[in-house]
Design a protein around this ligand. Structure first.
Ligand code: DI6
Ligand code: FE
Length: 416
C-alpha cells in the first residue's frame, strides 16, 4: 500500500520511554511513507532528498503516539440507566445482575437489535473515541452469549475497523456470563463456546484474541481451563477480566496460559501479581469501572510497579459499569484514583496498551512504527492526564491517513 508521503513540521513530540519517563522534544519533523514513520527528528536535521506529497505545519502542537484503547465492549444495544439509579439507591452490582438487570438485560437488547442498528450505535461511539485521540480500539463480544449474536457483534466490530476512524482489534468474550435461561452447566456452556462457536468465528476471520470474566458471579478458574486451552490450540492470545469484585486466584491459570493481559485487578494480591510478572502479562487498569461502581479498593499499583508488570490504561467502555468514552479521562482517573504518574498513564494508553493487544508495531514514535499519531492543542505530555471532561485533541492520523480533524478548531485557526 502506498499512501501519500507526508511531512509533518513544527511538531512537539510527547512520548514515553521503557522506564516510563516522559519525553518532550520541540521543533520536530515526522516523515510518513507507506503509512509508517520513515524518519523523525529535529527539523534542522531534516534529510535532504525527502519528496513529500504534502507538508503539514503543526504550529508547535504536541504529537503523541495515537492512543490505544485496549479494553472496550463497544458493540451493544440499550442503556443501563436503571441499574445506575438502583445502585445510587444502595443496590450492589452483583444484586442487580441476579435480579434480572445487569449483563442479562444488555444481552436481551443486543440479541433483539439489528446488525445495522448495532453498527450505527457503535460507530457513533467510535467516532467520539477518535475525537479523544484513540487510533486503535479493541472491541469485545460478550453481549450475545449465543453463536448467532456473538457473530453479529464481531462482524459489526470488523466492519467498524474498515471505515477509517480507527483500527479495530476484536476479542471473543463468550465467557462473559452464563446465558439467561441456559439449562446445562457452566462447563457445558464453555465447552460449546470453545469447541463449536470459537472455531467457526475464527474461520470467518472475526477473532484476534479471547477473553473471559473470571469472577464469582461469572466463571471460575477450573471451568475456564478448557476454554483457554481451546483458544491456545487455535493460536489465539488470551486475556481475562480478573479480580474485579473479589480475589479469585486466577493469576496462576493466566500465567500458565501466558496471558497477554489481565484486566481490572482491584482485588489481586501480591501472589497474583508475582504470577502475572512471571508470565510477562500486561496489567490493564480500568479506573472508569472502579469509579462508576464506587469501588473502594484500587489495584495495588505499588506492587505492580515493583514487580515490573507493565501497566496499561483503558476505558472498559460498556453500558453497565463504565459508560466512558474518553481515554484521556481514564488517564486522569488512573493518576488520581490509582496513583499512576502522568508518564505511566501515557505509556499505559500507548505502548503498554499496544503490548496488551500483542501489537509491536505501534504505541511509540519511532522509525518503522505505524504512523498512528494524535495531535493535541497541549503544551506538555502531562497535560493529557490533567484535563477533566475536555480533550484538547486537534487531529489523528491512522496509518498515515488524517482521519479526523476538528473542523471548528481548524476554522478558528484559519481566522487568526
Ligand atoms: N466486567 C465489567 O466491568 C463489565 N464486564 C465485565 O466482565 C461489565 C459488563 C456489564 O455489566 O454489562
Ligand atoms: Fe470489561
Amino acid at each position: 500500500m502506498t499512501g501519500p508521503r507526508l511531512l509533518l513540521r513544527g511538531a512537539a513530540i510527547g512520548d514515553t520511554t521503557a522506564d516510563s519517563g516522559l519525553v518532550h522534544l520541540q521543533g520536530q519533523a515526522i516523515y510518513i511513507r507507506d503509512g509508517l514513520i520513515a524518519w523523525y527528528g529535529p527539523e534542522a536535521k531534516l534529510p535532504s532528498g525527502l519528496r513529500p506529497d504534502q507538508e503539514i505545519e503543526l504550529g508547535a502542537r504536541l504529537v503523541t503516539p495515537g492512543l490505544v484503547d485496549c479494553h472496550t465492549h463497544l458493540v451493544y444495544a440499550g442503556k443501563r440507566v436503571g441499574d445506575f439509579v438502583h445502585r445510587l439507591a444502595g443496590s450492589r452490582y452483583e444484586e442487580i445482575s441476579s435480579g434480572g438487570g445487569g449483563i442479562a438485560s444488555t444481552v436481551a437488547a443486543t440479541r433483539a437489535a439489528s446488525e445495522e442498528a448495532l453498527f450505527e450505535g457503535a460507530k457513533a461511539r467510535l467516532e467520539r473515541m477518535s475525537g479523544y485521540g484513540a487510533t486503535t480500539v479493541e472491541i469485545k463480544s460478550g453481549y450475545g452469549l449465543d453463536a448467532r449474536t456473538e457473530e453479529k457483534i464481531l462482524r459489526v466490530a470488523r466492519r467498524l475497523g474498515g471505515i477509517g476512524i480507527a483500527e479495530v482489534r476484536t476479542t471473543f468474550l463468550g465467557a462473559h456470563a452464563m446465558p439467561p435461561g441456559y439449562q446445562r452447566s457452566k462447563e457445558d456452556y464453555l465447552r460449546e463456546m470453545a469447541e463449536e462457536v470459537l472455531p467457526r468465528l475464527i474461520s470467518e476471520g472475526l477473532v484476534d484474541a479471547v477473553d473471559a470474566f473470571c469472577a464469582e458471579i461469572a466463571f471460575g478458574t477450573k471451568e475456564l481451563e478448557i476454554y483457554y486451552l481451546a483458544a491456545k490450540r487455535l493460536g489465539l492470545p488470551v486475556k481475562a477480566h480478573l479480580d474485579q469484585l473479589t480475589e479469585t486466584g486466577g493469576g496462576a491459570l493466566l500465567a500458565r496460559m501466558g496471558a497477554a493481559s489481565a484486566d481490572h485487578l482491584e482485588y489481586s494480591g501480591t501472589e497474583t501479581i508475582a504470577e502475572l510478572a512471571s508470565a510477562g502479562t500486561v496489567a490493564v487498569l480500568l479506573p472508569g469501572a472502579y469509579y462508576f461502581l464506587r469501588e473502594s479498593r484500587a489495584p495495588d499499583v505499588a506492587t505492580l510497579r515493583a514487580a515490573g508488570v507493565p501497566m496499561a490504561v483503558a476505558t472498559d467502555h460498556n453500558p453497565g459499569t463504565s459508560p466512558l468514552e474518553s481515554l484521556p479521562l481514564a488517564m486522569n482517573m488512573a493518576c488520581l484514583l490509582f496513583g499512576l504518574t502522568p508518564a505511566e498513564a501515557l505509556r499505559g494508553a500507548t505502548a503498554n496498551a499496544a503490548r496488551a493487544l500483542g501489537l509491536a508495531d505501534r504505541g511509540a514514535i519511532a522509525k518503522g512504527m505505524r504512523a498512528d499519531l494524535a495531535v493535541w492543542d497541549a503544551d506538555t505530555p502531562a497535560e493529557l492526564s490533567y484535563n477533566i471532561g475536555f480533550s484538547p485533541l486537534h487531529s489523528t492520523f491512522v496509518k498515515g491517513a488524517i482521519c479526523r480533524e476538528d473542523s471548528r478548531r481548524t476554522d478558528a485557526n484559519e481566522r487568526t
